[in-house]
Structure formats: structure tokens, C-alpha cells
Design a protein around this ligand. Sequence first.
Ligand SMILES: Nc1ncnc2c1ncn2[C@@H]1O[C@H](COP(=O)(O)OP(=O)(O)OP(=O)(O)O)[C@@H](O)[C@H]1O
Ligand SMILES: [Mg+2]
Length: 456
Amino acid sequence: MAENGTKVLLVDDETGILESLQILFRGEGYRVTTAVGGTAGLEALEEIHPDIVVSDIRMPGATGLDVLARAREVDPEMAVILMTAQASLKSAMRAVNEGAYYYLQKPFSNDELLAICRRAAEARALKVENRELKQEIKRRGGSRAGRPVGKSRRFMEVLEFTDTVAPTDSTILITGESGTGKEVLARYIHAQSGRSEGPFLSINCGALPESLLESELFGHVKGSFTGAVRDKAGLLVAAAGGTFFLDEIGETASATQVKLLRAIQEREVIPVGATEAIPIDVRIIAATNRDLEELIRLGEFRSDLYYRLNVIALELPALRERPDDIPVLARHFLGEMAEQEGKELELSPEAQQLLESYDWPGNVRELENAIERASVLTEGETIVSESLPDRLREPPAQRLVDEVSHANPTMEVVERAYIQWVLQAEDGNKTRAAEVLGIDPSTLYRKISRYGLGDS
Ligand SMILES: Nc1ncnc2c1ncn2[C@@H]1O[C@H](COP(=O)(O)OP(=O)(O)OP(=O)(O)O)[C@@H](O)[C@H]1O
Ligand SMILES: [Mg+2]
């Protein structure tokens, strides 16, 4: 039988019982650890962090109730099943009151024990999922979204239009280069909408393989694929009353696009492996840094989905097209640093000048990184231009032309040069380079190997 992934800790002072239980549980695919006696059980608890503990009550040294108490400390969602020969109602009540999942009287049949463990595993998985979902909701929507910062005419136009459409329930498509603030805008829309008390959930459509993305979005029913050990609600359902942010929508596979279209049109989803649809109550905001119309021409994006999403289009201009935003954004990020680090810094006139003359291919994210980095490097109270990344001092045209010697370089040549340049600027630090480039580290690694950039 294949492993089912559930970790079980068996605790008993009689090795004979331990051995037979071990064989029983292994046969069912559990990952089994045994501990001889309560004291060993306490140690094993912390060491292996099991999902389920099956423990005898009466043991010399630490008892089953001690094991129970420690298990609750280690992980409140751990399922503890206690067994005893001398069952008394009192001790059973006590055990269950103190959080035991089940109290089993010896002798019991193997089937009985296994059935209880199966239920315990399911109950635990549900509790863990619930806890994770709560944390996720807090993480994704917990911080109140403030008004995006900017003052340029281009940016203010977008923001004013945003203020008009935010309170409605319309679907919105946000486009803009990487790092222009698409997610910031999406959170702001949610905060300004009638759904602001509901959750803001998001998913990066480019970060998950197709089948996983679908199961996350739409949910799945138990047994619909290997690993689907129980029903799971989709995020589109979980976001009820709130907003759902479909990030990197341009990366979705065509089968998923069909299902998304259906979800938006019909306001319902069909979980993977299910036949019945479940209604959803979300406002959809999608974002992409790709040119969807171009993807439609290439046959990679469905035009019907595009029209559904593009009911209201918000286009965030690249930072180089709105240089008036640079000083206010820089001040904003300095203010954030001051709040977090208690470091009050200002920019020297030269540094400010340098920021304003650079073309910011990584947009606001790159500016934010540059300010953070300079803040860390600065000992005194003033950020001087030398603390800003070297690439800001190179003449803009020079930077890529140096690398790209062709008269008409292809996109690939330019991309390779750009990646190489960012890698150099970040001293080969791939995590930072990926941030500046606005791509996943995994994407960067792929490109590095594809372009043979190695570890240079
Ligand atoms: N107008 C703004 N005001 C304040 N902070 C901003 C603004 N625009 C962007 N930022 C900051 O810049 C960073 C990048 O923004 P965000 O993640 O929203 O960009 P994005 O367009 O979603 O990028 P990507 O396409 O790479 O996902 C974030 O740290 C965000 O806080
Ligand atoms: Mg984003």
C-alpha cells in the first residue's frame, strides 16, 4: 500500500503491542514511529511532530495524559487517541475534556482503531486547512491598503478613474509593466469598495501548474486526483463577499481560461471532479504585464475571456512615463523605512537628481529596492548618490547598447543582455536580481540556464 503521508506516533510500554500496531499502521500506508513508554513518547512528540498520536494511558513515568498535554502544546490540532484496559468513565471524560480525539477501551478491533484514525486524520487535515486559510486571508488582505502614491498627471488620471469605478462590482483588468503597482491598485480598489470588509484573496496564475491552479481556484472533490484526500473549497468560493485578484492572468492555460470565463459569466464554479456547480460571490480584478491583445493574435489568450475581463481597463504607465512620481515615491519609501527602522533619512540633491534621470526598467519596485538598499548603506542622515546602484549612473542608452551589439537585436538578445546587466548590478545575487527584474527566482534560473549566463 502506498504511503498516505499521515504521521502516526505509537506510544506504549509493552513492546509486543507496539510491534503489532506498527505492522497494522504500516500496512495502511501510515508513516509510523514508535516510542516505548511515556517519557520516550514525550520526546518523540517534539521530534517528529506527528499528525496522530495513539498512546496507552497507564505507563510508568509519563502517562498517556502527560503525552496528551504535551501534544496539545506542540500542536493544538494534533489528534490524540488514548487506549486503556481499565476504562473508567471518569478517566475517559477527563481525557476527552483535555482534548483527546478519542478514548478507546481495550480490547478493540484493528478495524475500529483504523477507522478512528482515518477520521482523526481527516479532522486534523480540515483544521489545519482552516488555520492556513485564516492565516492566508490575514496575510493577503490583512494590511489595509492605503492610497497609491503619485502626483503625475498620468498617474492621477488613472487614480481618479479608479476612484470612480472602485465602488461598483464591475470586473476590472489592470495592465502595466512589472513593478508598476498593479497589486497595490487592486488592493486599493478592494478597500474602496463595498466589499472592503470581505476578504481580498489572490492567486498568481503563472506560479502554479494548470491542474493545481484549477483545484486552488475552483476547489476539488475527494478522490478527483491523487492527493485529493478530501473535498476542498476553491479560493473563488472562499472569497465570498470580497474581491478576488487574478494576478498574471496572461499565463493561464487555455483550458483554465474556459473555466474562468464560465465562472465569471455564470457566477458559479464546478470543483474539479464534481458535477454540481457552486455559486460564487466575488468581484474579479485581473492583472497582467503581458499584452493580451497580442496574446490573442498568437492564439494564446481567448478573446471572449479578454472581453469579459476588460469591462473596465486600468492601465498603469511605466514609471519612466511619469517621472514626476519619482520624488514623491522616493519620499514615501523613505517614510516607510523611517517607520520600520526608525531611521530618518533624506536624499542629497545629487541623489534626487540621479533618481529622476534614470529610466527605471523595473518601475516602482526597482525604485523601492534602490531606496531600501541605499538606506541600509547610509550611516549618516543623507543618502548620497554613491549609495544608489551603479547602473543609475550609466548613460541609459549606453547600458544595453554595450551588450547588444547587433543593429536590430531580437527580444532574446535584449533580454539576455538585460538579465546579465541586472545580475551584475546586483553582484550576482539572483534573489535580488529576480526582484529587480520583476520575475520569479525560478523563472530567472530558467533564463540563466537558457541563455548560458552560468555563474558569471
Ligand atoms: N503608487 C504606488 N505607491 C506606493 N507603492 C507602490 C506604488 N506602486 C508600486 N508600489 C510598490 O512597488 C512594488 C511593486 O508593486 P506591485 O507589486 O503592485 O507591482 P505589480 O505591477 O503587481 O508588479 P508585477 O507585475 O511584477 O507583479 C510594491 O512593493 C509596491 O508596494
Ligand atoms: Mg504583481
